[in-house]
Design a protein around this ligand. Structure first.
Ligand code: ADP
Ligand code: MG
Length: 673
């Protein structure tokens, strides 16, 4: 048979290679063939392999076992695996392109692992004992997409039809099911990522984890539904799988585009141009946009300290403020233009949706399956998390780890797994009590614990201020979008979206700027001064120092510079100062109180709580059975210059922490009384 001769010729020429690869069994159980080599040797056999892998792969396995290679002869479990299928269309496919036309064919595919199951044992060769004559019949279980065990048709000794299956005497093989989805950077314009299941066997199990980007070679198959319906599921029976590293490698940049990018980088106004290309349809918010620009580029990637710890280069931003100030719009916009991103809402997003989870999977015989969420899937990109305050309690603790260590650990039911989550977070949050109040600390108005707040490099409070001229401008700006094409063009981004995305990808791939001596001195001086400003140094922590470094590096990256200059540091300082002015400004005293940022109860607030408590106490003692009425408490509070909103907020809080209770609507009593 010509086919077999060709395979013999191909493998024989690689005998020494095969021998050395397979000498350390069971570390290596596979000989991996580069598809390009096979194609070069004989394009017909290469094509034949892709067309009918179920016929051709066994020929490779058969020839290998007949080659008298020592370890192969002793151990039955050897595989020939195929790597490096061409990236061309029709060879390597996107999940969405794997149609029924490809059933039974070998293809290449790539994606991000979003689900992995436990490794389970599967019968490879069943050991069956004939119930009539006791003869052993061994039955290979090739079709592993079947739901049932295949027993022999008839006993080869007595033609009997009934058998007993003996698990201990059967041969077993490890299998694992994973699911991949299309990489986010390949999907733009709101496309939903498609997913497909991948089945792995033997030495291919446990090679990848959730969040890994992988390439694979495999045969497209169908698995029948459990309950004999007509709808089958596609899956890939993987022959070879491998994880790939490179960041944004899917974004192709032609030499022409590279020229364009380099030219853009030379523009002295590039940072402004970039800023103006972010959400141009949204009026104002220039500082927010500048910060987002820096976030898109990120700090210097891949810094590792001498002790082996990894320094976060991703910048996290938080927008907090009144409803209807376009926070969600900003997030959606960034999701549109970022080279790699995901948009999720904290509300309704379950654990797996955001970080990761372990769950029992019906499809996988009830075994545990690990599922990666947005932060894992958007690795290397930006996760836009709206309604950040609404995220689940369990997720919050995972967020702490994800945002600083950039890993997500899952420990549940004996499974301990760690995922990579090198993702920048752009979060938005609405205040607890409908409107944002300049008089109160942030930690109190937003359901975000201070420890999590401190993970953000910059926090932007956005107020819906009533200012007639600004209102008019916003209105004019919004209305422009609803008028003529010509006016629409006025709010088009300065840098066109496609090249903008490539510019960022290029910078992230190639630019690793380092601090000059002056730049680092300036950061040190500013940081020391910042710490001096705070009364008990709660707000300015070394974390903020790192934030300054990241922001400065990102600024250098916006013009593809190899060095971080004084100007870059200035840009970082300007943004930090802006944020501090916005946040730390204490409207009650007209001064800046840096402690206001993080601490949950500053002194002024505690005083007010005590005052309200005092008022309630007094009212109860004078009213007795009737308790204190809400109306009276508010009126009395007003006499002490505490407005209605404040008083209601404090009463709400006292109720929540159990100091007071409300047996009848609007009547309060002290809990201990
Ligand atoms: P939020 O998430 O802050 O509650 P949204 O993003 O839902 O607010 O915005 C509400 C609407 O108001 C959007 O349609 C947005 O376009 C509009 N809007 C608010 N502020 C601006 C602005 N500064 N420029 C343009 N549109 C704005
Ligand atoms: Mg919103």
């Amino acid at each position: 048979m010509a086919e077999k001769e060709k395979v013999e010729g191909f493998l024989e020429a690689r005998r020494t290679d095969i021998q050395s690869r397979l000498s350390d069994y069971p570390k290596h159980k596979s000989y991996i063939i580069d598809f390009a080599d096979l194609e070069e040797y004989d394009s017909e056999i290469a094509e034949e392999l892709l067309r009918s892998p179920d016929d051709v792969l066994p020929v490779f396995d058969g020839v290998l076992s007949e080659m008298h290679i020592p370890t192969v002869a002793e151990n039955p479990l050897f595989h020939v695996r195929i790597n490096n299928i061409p990236k061309d269309p029709g060879y390597t496919l996107l999940v969405r392109d794997i149609t029924s036309d490809f059933i039974g064919r070998m293809i290449g595919a790539e994606g991000v692992v979003n689900k992995i199951s436990d490794v389970l044992p599967k019968v490879k060769v069943g050991h069956f004992v004939c119930l009539k004559c006791g003869e052993v019949n061994r039955e290979p279980q090739e079709a592993h997409h079947k739901h049932s065990l295949t027993s022999p048709m008839r006993c080869h000794a007595c033609q009997g039809r009934e058998f007993k299956f003996v698990p201990e005497e059967s041969d077993w093989i490890d299998i694992q099911r994973i699911e991949i989805q299309e990489p986010l950077e390949m999907l733009k314009g709101g496309d939903q990522a498609r997913r497909i299941e991948i089945w792995l066997e033997d030495d291919m199990v446990d090679r990848v984890t959730a969040g890994d980007k992988i390439t694979l070679t495999g045969t497209v198959r169908l698995s029948p539904p459990k309950s004999r319906g007509p709808v089958y599921q596609r899956f890939i029976d993987a022959n070879y799988i491998e994880s790939v590293e490179a960041e944004f490698e899917d974004i192709e940049i032609t030499p022409d585009e590279e020229k364009k990018i380099k030219k853009l980088a030379k523009d002295p106004k590039i940072y402004d141009k970039i800023t103006r290309s972010i959400a141009p349809s949204i009026y104002g918010y220039n500082e927010v946009k500048s910060a987002i620009a820096l976030q898109l580029f990120g700090g210097r990637h891949g810094k590792i300290l001498p002790d082996g710890t990894h320094v976060r280069s991703d910048i996290h931003l938080l927008l907090i403020g009144d409803p209807g100030v376009a926070k969600s719009r900003v997030l959606q916009y960034v999701d549109q233009i970022a080279p790699k991103s995901i948009y999720v809402s904290g509300k309704g997003t379950t654990g797996a949706g955001l970080t990761a989870s372990a769950e029992r999977d019906e499809l996988n015989e009830g075994a545990w399956t690990l599922k990666a969420g947005a932060l894992v899937l958007a690795g290397g990109g930006i996760a836009c998390i709206d309604e950040f305050d609404k995220i689940d309690k369990d997720d919050r603790s995972a967020m702490h780890e994800a945002m600083e260590q950039q890993t997500i650990s899952v420990a549940k039911a004996g499974i301990v797994a760690k995922f990579k989550a090198n993702t920048s977070v752009l979060a938005a949050s609405n205040p607890k009590f409908s409107r944002f109040d300049a008089y109160k600390p942030i930690a109190e108005q937003f359901d975000i614990p201070p420890t999590l707040l401190s993970r953000f490099d910059l926090i932007f409070p956005i107020r819906d201020e009533r200012d007639a001229t600004r209102d008019q401008r916003v209105a004019e700006h919004i209305l422009k979008m609803h008028r003529s094409e010509k006016e629409l063009a006025e709010i088009a981004p300065e840098i066109e979206a496609d090249i903008f995305r490539k510019y960022i990808a290029y910078a992230r791939r190639t630019c690793f700027p380092v601090l000059t001596k002056e730049a680092s001195d300036k950061i040190r001086d500013y940081y020391t001064e910042l710490r001096g400003r705070s009364k008990d140094s709660v707000a300015a922590t070394p974390r903020q120092l790192e934030a300054l470094v990241r922001l400065s590096e990102a600024s250098a990256k916006t013009r593809l510079s190899d060095v971080v200059t004084l100007n870059d540091v200035q840009a970082a300082v300007d943004l930090t100062e802006f944020v501090l002015r916005e946040i730390a400004y204490d409207a009650a005293t007209g001064t800046f109180d840096i402690d206001k940022v993080i601490t949950s109860h500053p002194k002024a607030k505690r005083d007010r709580i005590h005052l309200i408590e005092g008022i309630i106490k007094e009212l109860i003692s004078s009213r007795g059975e009737d308790g204190a009425s809400l109306q009276e408490v508010i009126e009395k509070a007003k006499e002490h210059n505490i407005d209605r909103m404040d008083a209601e907020g404090i009463i709400q809080e006292l109720k929540q922490n159990g100091t007071i209770y409300e047996p009848r609507h609007g009547k309060f009593f002290f809990a201990q009384e």
